[in-house]
Design a protein around this ligand. Structure first.
Ligand code: HEC
Ligand code: HEC
Length: 355
């Protein structure tokens, strides 16, 4: 059951536009959680156990889209990222925002705008911001396939957490998949339901599955610093991500992703926030963990990385100042001038104007 974290993701292998809901405009950060150690049981079943059925085919397609998201280039994806660049091990790694845990956290109600955020809307958000792209429409196969994959990962992770081997995964309708798993009377396999009842697991418990999101990272002692961050970058990151942060190609494929610039995530993505990037980096980088950065180094390098220009925030309104006021938090360098460059001055791309 041990996962194999591959060092490099090898890549093989028009549409109407979705309505912008208020929620997609204002995607909340994930709640930060304490890290759970000894997390071997937090992995899903082996992918080889996905059945060869029409339902299993949706799950397999979801896996492929997650891993080789570039297959959707210029349709839904407008940068050089693959979902697995941030949701590591194709969305299976605990503490790297795993997809399985996320499935049971939606639909999520937000009192702030009285809107219920379905699973498909959360996925759409990552298309718009992290992939600097166009959101697949709510009836597209892409969203169903992602949701099927996330559901399969989530349920089989629950099986492993409760020591249940070789259980089949009940099939869900597309509608159920798109909504997400945080619903009463969710149709679990009877064996799993028994195990959940035994330990008193509720809808709320499952919405906070251990390993979800990125573990909370305390604020460092010293104010995070660009120059110290640059030294960390040169020493621990540049070999893979390039001294210019633009990533690297291996055998003609961009296996090492860019960290800023036009092919990276945009100014609306969760990763552009210092705190989110610091937590991700502390837990997951350098990939393979040849060294463990200190918390201070993680904050410093996150500050350096996110103080570079990247694609415009797709919610751009009239000016940098106005956009900053409405959409950006203090947790971002948007609008600051660093080394003579005003961050956030990239033009709004055409595909965002339609999306
Ligand atoms: C550049 C990094 C990055 C890429 C690429 C990326 N994401 Fe994300 N994703 C994040 C971050 C960061 C969060 C958490 C957001 C926050 O806390 O602000 C997130 C959150 C999510 C969530 C919600 C997780 C939860 O537990 O609630 C889903 C679902 C998701 N992403 C799906 C996707 C899919 C599908 C793709 C590819 C189409 C993708 N992401 C690409 C960084 C990324
Ligand atoms: C051994 C090579 C290697 C090193 C060293 C490394 N990374 Fe990465 N990094 C990767 C790979 C590969 C990915 C994509 C993971 C995947 O697709 O499985 C990645 C993904 C990322 C991401 C996700 C967002 C994106 O743009 O794709 C960030 C942020 C990141 N690295 C930052 C860093 C920082 C900061 C350092 C230095 C502390 C660092 N990395 C060191 C290989 C490396």
């Amino acid at each position: 059951m041990k996962p194999i974290l591959t060092l490099f993701t090898l890549l093989f292998s028009l549409n109407a536009y979705a309505n912008q809901s208020d929620l997609i405009e204002k995607q909340p950060s994930l709640p930060s959680v304490e890290k759970i150690e000894g997390s071997d049981s937090l992995f899903p079943y082996e992918l080889s156990t996905i059945p060869s059925t029409p339902f299993g085919d949706k799950v397999k397609r979801g896996y492929q889209l997650m891993t080789n998201s570039q297959s959707m280039r210029n349709k839904y994806v407008f940068n050089e990222q693959n979902c697995t660049n941030c949701h590591l091990s194709s969305g299976r790694l605990p503490n790297a925002a795993p997809m399985g845990a996320s499935f049971f956290a939606y639909p999520a109600y937000r009192s702030k705008n009285k809107h219920v955020n379905s699973y498909q809307e959360r996925v759409q958000g990552c298309f718009r911001y992290s992939m600097n792209g166009v959101m697949p429409t709510t009836d597209s196969d892409v969203l169903v396939d992602f949701s099927a994959y996330a559901y399969w990962l989530g349920v089989t992770t629950l099986y492993n957490m409760h020591g249940l081997e070789n259980l089949s995964v009940p099939e869900l309708s597309d509608k159920q998949l798109l909504a997400g798993g945080k619903v009463d009377d969710f149709p679990f396999h009877p064996e799993l339901q028994k195990a959940l009842d035994k330990v008193g697991s509720t809808v709320e418990t499952r919405a906070k599955m251990p390993g979800r999101g990125f573990p909370k990272l305390d604020k460092p002692k010293l104010t995070p610093d660009y120059e110290r961050g640059e030294l960390v970058f040169r020493k621990h990151c540049a070999a893979c991500h390039g001294s210019d942060g633009q990533g690297k190609e291996v055998a003609g494929i961009k296996s090492l992703p860019p960290l800023w610039g036009k092919n990276s995530y945009n100014w609306g993505a969760g990763m552009h926030k210092f705190s989110t990037a610091a937590a991700f980096i502390y837990e997951n980088m350098p990939l393979g963990k040849s060294v463990q950065l200190t918390k201070q180094q993680a904050w410093d390098v996150a500050t350096f990385m996110n103080s570079h220009e990247r694609p415009q925030d797709p919610r751009f309104k009239n000016s940098i100042a106005e956009t900053k006021k409405i959409y950006q938090s203090k947790d971002s360098a948007y609008g600051e001038t660093i080394n003579g460059v005003t961050l956030g001055s990239s033009p709004l791309e055409e595909h965002h104007q339609l999306n």
